[in-house]
Ligand binder design. Structure first.
Ligand code: GLU
Length: 469
């Protein structure tokens, strides 16, 4: 059975690049009817927090990822200790008593000589008696992995192809720190092996770690998984996507009013496409059935906020069921300080969902449907003060007073007024818009009148008429 995993560190918000890794790993498992594991990698006790972990899980769920098993590395420290002991017993690891100062000194010397630093291997040669003696004296120690000399580690990456790395430059690396906490390269191997992970799918920044991990697999006698390293995501200036490019966390986009289906879909387009064809809008189910690692591009993908925004608009306009759009929209409405009942919001969105691309933008644009009072912009005031406005509004008020109010009827009345008063169409519409929305552009007056309760329309007209005397 295929087993894949996503292994985030809870040291910050979920980054778009990591979210894409999670999605690809998830799709791969689902495509093969396999298992998808979520593993929180919090061995770095200083940088990891429970708050970030909670937010991470929340954002992953929001995106629509479900996992079959969940693990947290800080719950597994005893287990790692057992495997560290095994490595020491078999001679693949050894205690290193070098102090921070000594190591700093080594580093400085390497720097001065202009050569890349690697651990000198000083403690590699300690014999059993010396180790015993140092321990007896209470000297703290880390555990280092004994990197074999002159070895080239080779693996076939499912995305990047043939990779060969000489491990001579690594130096013996730490697998358990002197404070007893194990390091990433060590625990990732223990976990992936014990959890039965068959495919390690992660960002290409981990390629340099892979040979170290392969050495540990070998030392512990674990079978190797397949590796698939995803290309980085770049900003539009072709540098690695980072905070400099603006919002880069899933949470940012969620708060901006992007819907999870659109973000999920868009992230898949960063580096994956069908071999044939232009299709870009995919449901999650389609993606599960179509996704193949072979179709992942091995060169970097470029993130385009414009395109994500466009796709979000497509989901809002055409794809989300209306009920769900309402559900997604309500919290944005509330946090902007408006209250409205679900049925009313549904009526509004049914008529206006094609007029905005994010939920936040939607709230801003649809204010006239939800605001208690119209607040006039400078421009709207100017329109209201123009010569014909008072006449237009009072005539309009008289005619809409009786009978049903609808967009169609408003159009008919506007035409009559235009003819009778000898005005241009825009003079009539501008006055109506300014009085009913407080703006000079935005939602259509006819659409507004289709939905807004009649008494509100009348109130707004009266208020504007009073204002212009
Ligand atoms: N915790 C690592 C990270 O967040 C996971 C790397 C891996 O998938 O092996 O980068």
């Amino acid at each position: 059975m295929v087993v894949s995993r996503f292994a985030p560190s809870p040291t910050g918000y979920l980054h778009l690049g990591n979210a894409r890794t999670a999605i690809f790993s998830y799709l791969f498992a689902r495509h093969h009817g396999g298992k998808f594991i979520l593993r929180v990698e919090d061995t770095d006790r200083e940088r990891s927090t429970k708050e970030f972990e909670d937010m991470l899980l929340e954002d992953l769920r929001w995106l629509g990822l479900e996992w079959d098993e969940f693990y947290r590395q800080s719950d597994r420290f005893d287990l790692y200790r057992d495997y560290a002991d095994k490595l020491v017993e078999s001679g693949h690891a050894y205690p290193c008593f070098c102090s921070v100062e000594e190591l700093e000194e080594e580093k400085k010397r390497a720097e001065e000589r202009g050569i890349p630093y690697r651990y000198s291997g000083k403690c590699r040669v300690l014999n059993k008696a010396e180790v015993k003696e140092l321990k007896k004296r209470g000297k703290g120690y880390a555990l280092r992995f004994r990197v074999p000399d002159g070895r080239v580690v080779v693996f076939e990456d499912l995305i990047k192809g043939h990779i060969a790395i000489n491990v001579d430059d690594f130096g013996d690396f730490v697998i358990v720190r002197s404070d007893g906490t194990p390091t990433y390269n060590f625990v990732v191997v223990v976990d992936d092996a014990l959890m039965g992970v068959t495919h390690v799918i992660r960002g290409e920044d981990h390629i340099p770690n892979t040979p170290k991990q392969i050495l540990i697999y070998e030392a512990l006698g674990f079978p190797l998984p397949r590796f698939a390293h995803l290309p980085v995501i770049l900003g539009e200036d072709r540098s690695k996507l980072s905070k400099r490019h603006g919002a880069v966390s899933v949470r940012n986009y969620r708060e901006e009013g992007y819907v999870p289906e659109a973000l999920f879909n868009y992230l898949c387009l960063l580096g994956w496409s069908l071999p044939e064809g232009e299709k870009e809008v995919f449901s999650k189910e389609e993606l599960v059935s179509l996704f193949k690692l072979e179709d992942v591009n091995s060169s970097p993908a470029v993130f385009s906020k414009e395109k994500l925004r466009w796709l979000n608009g497509v989901y809002i306009r055409e794809i989300l069921p209306l009920e769900q759009l309402v559900e997604d929209f309500l919290p944005f409405l509330q946090s902007a300080g408006y209250s409205a009942d679900r049925e009313y919001v549904k009526k509004v969105l049914q008529k206006t969902r094609d007029s905005f691309e994010t939920l936040k933008e939607g709230v801003e644009r649809l204010k006239p449907f939800f605001a208690e009072e119209v607040i006039y912009s400078e421009e709207a005031l100017q329109v209201l003060e123009s010569e014909s406005s008072a006449m237009v509004l009072s005539t309009f008020l008289q005619r809409v007073r009786d009978g049903e109010l609808s967009g169609e009827r408003v159009k008919t009345i506007a035409k009559e007024i235009q003819k009778e008063l000898g005005l241009k169409a825009k003079d009539v519409w501008h006055a109506l818009r300014a009085s009913l929305t407080g703006e000079t552009e935005g939602v259509g007056v006819d659409v507004l009148c289709d939905v807004l309760p009649k008494e509100k329309v009348l109130q707004r007209l009266v208020k504007a008429i009073k204002l212009v005397g």
